[in-house]
Ligand binder design. Structure first.
Ligand code: HSE
Length: 307
């Protein structure tokens, strides 16, 4: 067992899942970082939050980061700490499709693991976090960075493949629509026609190849999807029109980011113009929207013990 620290800072990136056809399997890390510092104390739990959605962050034990932190103690059969002082700097908007709940889950697990002397390695944490989330497509890139794909094996462990890619500009346009992942998953049909399965799996290799090799001309076709977007876009007023206007304004590819409501764009040139066109499409539907001009990240989560 490694040295046990009493204070640790964890950084976890945002991530976008699916990227069109790779539903529940493929994701990309985004260079936008949440930070959480955990310090053990004797005086009970205390949560402080700054940044995006800071006022909405629960300050008690219902805090999701704190819950996953304490879950790891339970999972490992370790005595619960008397108190944890948690300070979060939140940059990934909640319920956006940018992996905010994955970032919270991993922050807690990585923080607790470090304070317990790192009994689990990153692959153990990948398996555990995937079993908690049910799919590996945000967890894999958030932990390992880059383009990451995961398949859940029969024993529940994750077969992971991670590819560092050339840093890509990314635009996320986030409409002000309340859409939780549970709701966005519940709408999906249990069974899909064979032609739709073929539509997706025939594009998935092209998606990976386009991002691996930088052959961006493949992206428009390679990011098309029939497994989830047709069912989810109607939940997001203005989203279909925003996709159309993004393409008209020159976007290389545009898809739903994860379960939404954010839309994910590989903008190519003209990213300001694309953002403006998409925001205007949402405005026409009576919905305000924000643009996040970001980039992909080949770095995954990191942990810095503090003495
Ligand atoms: N693959 C997941 C979905 C990502 O689309 O529902 C969001 O958690």
């Amino acid at each position: 067992m490694n040295h046990r620290y009493t204070k640790v800072t964890v950084q976890v990136p945002a991530s976008t899942a699916n990227i069109g056809p790779g539903f529940d399997a493929i994701g990309l890390a985004i260079d936008l970082w949440n930070q959480a510092t955990f310090e053990l104390n004797e005086e009970g739990h205390h949560v402080q939050a700054d940044g995006e959605n800071a006022e909405e962050v629960p300050k008690d034990e219902s805090n999701y980061i704190l819950q996953s932190f304490l879950d790891l103690y339970r999972y490992l059969g370790e005595e619960q700490p008397q108190g944890v002082r948690l300070r979060c700097i939140n940059r990934v908007p909640f319920a956006s499709g940018m992996g905010s709940s994955t970032a919270a889950l991993l922050s807690g697990l990585l923080g607790a693991n470090a304070l317990l002397g790192s009994p689990l390695d990153k692959f153990d944490l990948l398996n555990l976090a995937t079993s908690m989330e049910g799919h590996p497509d945000n967890v894999s890139p958030a932990l390992f960075g880059g383009l990451a794909m995961g398949a859940i094996k029969d024993d529940g462990s994750v077969l992971l493949h991670q590819i560092p890619i050339s840093i890509m500009p990314i635009l996320i346009v986030l409409p002000d629509v309340a859409l939780l992942t549970e709701e966005s998953r519940a709408i999906l049909p249990e069974f899909i026609p064979r032609k739709d399965a073929i539509f997706n799996h025939s594009r998935t290799p092209f998606l990976i190849e386009a991002l691996r090799s930088g052959n961006l001309s493949l992206l428009a076709e390679a990011t098309r999807d029939r497994l989830h977007q047709p069912y989810r876009l109607p939940l997001i007023p203005g989203s279909r029109e925003a996709l159309v206007r993004a393409r008209e304004a020159g976007a290389l590819a545009v898809t739903l980011s994860g379960a939404g409501p954010g839309l994910f764009v590989f903008p190519g040139e003209n990213r300001q113009g694309i953002a403006k066109a998409m925001i205007a499409a949402f405005a026409d539907a009576g919905i305000s929207a924000r643009a996040f001009h970001l980039a992909s990240s080949n770095q995954g989560a990191s942990v810095s013990p503090l003495m």
